[in-house]
Design a protein around this ligand. Sequence first.
Ligand SMILES: CC(C)(COP(=O)(O)OP(=O)(O)OC[C@H]1O[C@@H](n2cnc3c(N)ncnc32)[C@H](O)[C@@H]1OP(=O)(O)O)[C@@H](O)C(=O)NCCC(=O)NCCS
Length: 136
Amino acid sequence: MNFHTRKWVKPEDLNANGTLFGGALLRWIDEEAAIYAILQMGNHRAVTKMMSEINFVSSAMQGDMIEMGLKATRFGRTSVTMRAEVRNMITRQLILTIEKIVFVSLDADGKPVPHGYTDITYDRDRMPTRLPNAES
Ligand SMILES: CC(C)(COP(=O)(O)OP(=O)(O)OC[C@H]1O[C@@H](n2cnc3c(N)ncnc32)[C@H](O)[C@@H]1OP(=O)(O)O)[C@@H](O)C(=O)NCCC(=O)NCCS
């Protein structure tokens, strides 16, 4: 699993209990997964289709530095499935796990379109070169 994005838990990210708000963490993970899916499927038009059970394993506190990891576990015809982990950067303690996050590759009409890939790239060779609204 590759850990890319790091976050610093700030006051605006907290819940009433004074710990990291789950909604803030899910927003970060969804964005991280979107970028990962775009790079794996080579298409800017990638949308979240499904998230399986989300396990908030332990809390994060204000001032904690956390890192988010993703790994593609299945390449379908139009989709990619990923596993996610979030952990404390210093202690490596797990904060969250999600077994399955599914993203679907779409065409300009919002319909699923085959991405043509069967395995993980660790490079940027599939990076889409044109933005969706620039395509005809
Ligand atoms: C994404 C969307 C176009 C897919 O439509 P659909 O009718 O389910 O399309 P399909 O049945 O052809 O399935 C497309 C892919 O999703 C997968 N899929 C569909 N439902 C799934 C589910 N419940 N769990 C896991 N994968 C699923 C299919 O297996 C298929 O993958 P594959 O081609 O790799 O085998 C449609 O559901 C949609 O627009 N959803 C909203 C997406 C969105 O706005 N996300 C942001 C959330 S706020």
